[in-house]
Design a protein around this ligand. Structure first.
Ligand SMILES: *Cc1c(COP(=O)(O)O)cnc(C)c1O
Length: 368
């Protein structure tokens, strides 16, 4: 008999392929599927394969290590990484045919010092004030980039930036950043990048003017909504289901306190169930007393605090057998809560729910 998983993440790769195709068709421009942070918790290598199979031209990750891991898995398509620190192994990335991103003249100098001919994309900071060259520093970065093209150090394959408030289409930063991006492109007229890109999921969906040559789709590829309440229904399918096996049930009485600190006290006699996953596995403690799970077709309220390894739900007098299936979140098609519901319960965003869940969860991919 196959042992039952105590707690597992099931990733539907057919959903990923569907989402990648849907988004690619929506924009009509090439897509980069962003698979950083272990594919937003879904498994970087498996998601990358699904994205390529669905026609995603590019993959994007944060670090050189992530990009090298993709190459080691056999991926050899266009691949961009975008966050380095001094001393990172630029040479390995260049040898592996990875597009690296430079934010500054110092980074370009580091790339030149490898003595290799690189594929380099330049990032301009159009208003996020995170990575990238500010507009003030941009002319010097462009000048150094042009010099490196002349001396064969690299080809500048892309110029790109990133929005601060793309989940809020009315935010004035969006127009402002797009204007600055076009200014930066004009200042880089001596370069001939293959791709100019600015949009992430929310912008790619909500702001056609930002699609340019490429959209970097992260969250939406996983079927989650990057701008809840603002995104039209595109039929995206959440790919991740987190489930567990009910460990035990018991009867408790009115007045009994549940879990650490007794932050919930039963006001009537009831039954409760023990779910064997906790904050050590990425179940957010901030969702204590607020989230729900599905057991035997009904949503059950979490009672008391999330512990490191477990939490308790109210079974409202029902007594499912230990071993029953507990759906923590999923696509929502069978009445279960979604990652978005958990995000709201925990006061965060669905990005954080799926990316942090892990720990001792097993992970299984279906529909490869
Ligand atoms: C993570 C990331 C993305 C993807 O963002 P989503 O909102 O998940 O689509 C795109 N671009 C950059 C630079 C990122 O860091």
């Amino acid at each position: 008999m196959t042992p039952v998983a105590r707690a597992e993440i099931v990733v539907d790769l057919a959903a990923i392929r569907h989402n990648v195709r849907t988004l690619r068709e929506l924009t009509g421009v090439p897509s980069m599927t962003v698979v950083k942070a272990d594919g937003y918790g879904h498994g970087m290598v498996e998601v990358a394969r699904a994205a390529r199979a669905a026609g995603s031209e590019w993959l994007g990750v944060t670090t050189i290590d992530e990009a090298l891991a993709l190459r080691a898995s056999g991926d050899d398509g266009p691949l961009l990484c975008w966050l380095t620190v001094p001393g990172d192994d630029w040479a390995a990335a260049i040898d592996a045919g990875i597009d690296v991103t430079a934010y500054s003249v110092a980074e370009l100098d580091e790339i030149a010092a490898t003595g290799r001919s690189a594929r380099v994309q330049l990032k301009v900071d159009t208003g996020l004030s995170r990575g990238g060259a500010t507009l003030a520093d941009w002319p010097a970065v462009v000048a150094r980039a042009e010099q490196g093209e002349r001396d064969g150090s690299w080809r500048i394959t892309g110029i790109w930036s990133h929005f601060a408030a793309s989940d809020d289409p009315d935010h004035p930063a969006n127009d402002a950043q797009e204007r600055v991006f076009h200014q930066a492109l004009a200042l880089a007229g001596g370069l001939t990048p293959e791709v100019r890109h600015l949009a992430n999921s929310a912008a790619g969906i909500l702001r056609p003017s930002s699609r340019l040559d490429l959209v970097r789709f992260g969250l939406a590829s996983y079927g989650l909504d990057p701008a809840p309440g603002r995104t039209p229904d595109l039929g995206l399918v959440p790919a991740m289901t987190a489930r567990a096996t009910l460990a035990m049930t018991k009867r408790i009485h009115a007045g009994d306190g549940v879990s650490y600190g007794h932050t919930w006290i039963a006001d009537t006699d009831t039954t409760v169930g023990l779910v064997p996953a906790g904050y050590g596995d990425g179940i957010p403690r901030h969702a204590s007393n607020a989230a729900h799970v599905l057991v035997e077709g009904k949503q059950r309220a979490m009672r008391g605090r999330v512990c490191m390894d477990q939490f308790v739900v109210d079974l409202d007098g029902d007594s499912p057998a230990p071993g029953a299936d507990v759906v923590i979140f999923g696509p929502g098609t069978h009445g279960e809560p979604t990652a978005q519901d958990w995000a709201e319960a925990a006061g965060t965003i669905s990005y954080e729910i799926v990316t942090r869940i892990g720990g001792r969860f097993a992970r299984r991919h279906v529909n490869a």
